[in-house]
Design a protein around this ligand. Sequence first.
Ligand code: UD1
Length: 387
Amino acid sequence: MPQRPRVLLVAGARPNFMKIAPIAAELGRRQLECVLVHTGQHYDASMSDTFFSDLGIPPVDYQLGVGSGSHSRQTARVMESFEPVLETTRPDWVVVVGDINSTLACALVVAKVRHQIGCRLAHVEAGLRSGDWAMPEEVNRVLTDRLSDLLLTPSPDAEPNLLAEGISRERIVFVGNVMIDTLRRMLPAARRLNVAESLEIRRPYVVCTLHRPSNVDTAEPLREILSALGALTLDFDVVLPMHPRTRQRVRNFSLEPMLAALKITEPLGYSMMLGLQDGAAAVITDSGGMQEETTVLGVPCVTVRESTERPITITEGTNRLAPWPLAATTLLETVRRAIAERCGSGALRVPEGWDGRASERIVDALFSARAATHGILPSAATVVSSR
Ligand code: UD1
């Protein structure tokens, strides 16, 4: 009997889980074999397990358990433990998503062994660029794209970025935003959770999330942001689900008093966070995913970063960048303006391909004739026969 095509899906940290969930489901629907690998980059229950149960992701086949460490150490540990998994499972495709250290680490391993085992590499969320090389994610994005056979882009603005880097058009397929597949599936249930009520929110509210090293690893930006949030509490409840990194830094810099007027929670599960964003007057964030989610939800978003790799959320969605250099007063003004302008704003445009069907297009792209003939390996014909 011919073997079923085998796809190995990699996830490592919180923003990966909502991207792999619909791909795993689509592979299952088509009776393709899916090998699920969790690198263990995120390991706290609130950063990982909750998402598996909430999103109905099947149990992982391989848990690499790499944990935290410096970038080099974390990347090296993923590489070391992923290589034997790849050699044992010999998939037709390895699919990596997003831009975290685990994404690049697994891409590098595939690049080193694909000629021996005949597997190919696909990158979901290819072509996003902030232009900011100080961001570890930018390094991960550029290098993962360079190594991939198939570049699956989430929005039309991604392809020109790839072409400008010399990647051939044949390797690029526009599939849309797979995270929005999850959003559309989960939104009705998230709305039924009445998150605001369960968090005892009594007034219109603003949600904030922070975890970028550039915002939280030094005291000054963190103090400016917390000061703006404090000022917002005059008119709004301000909810701050706290990333472990941010919690540590607040403690290190003795900024706990600045949290007094805020509603601090543990990191929230996917549905809770979606329900919370959906009902918010505005979102203030340095997350990539939340810039996209707020665009689809029609909620104003202020991104606390100097640049974004998701400019389409500004040109077509509800996102805007905080004025730079970061200061509490101008951040506060920007948030107030974003909320005020929403009241009189017209129709919202959701970017093309953010329609809940990206996972179907991703699996189509993996097994299309085009994918079989273009890529870094000359032909996929060797692939299926290699096991
Ligand atoms: C990582 C990703 C980032 C993504 C973010 C989402 C990289 C370079 N960064 O950043 O792109 O937006 O995940 O959260 O891959 N920690 C825990 N428990 C956990 C995970 C982390 O306590 O389950 C703490 C550890 O002290 C760790 C710190 O948080 O040192 C940072 O975790 P790490 O995975 O290194 O990076 P993130 O900042 O989460």
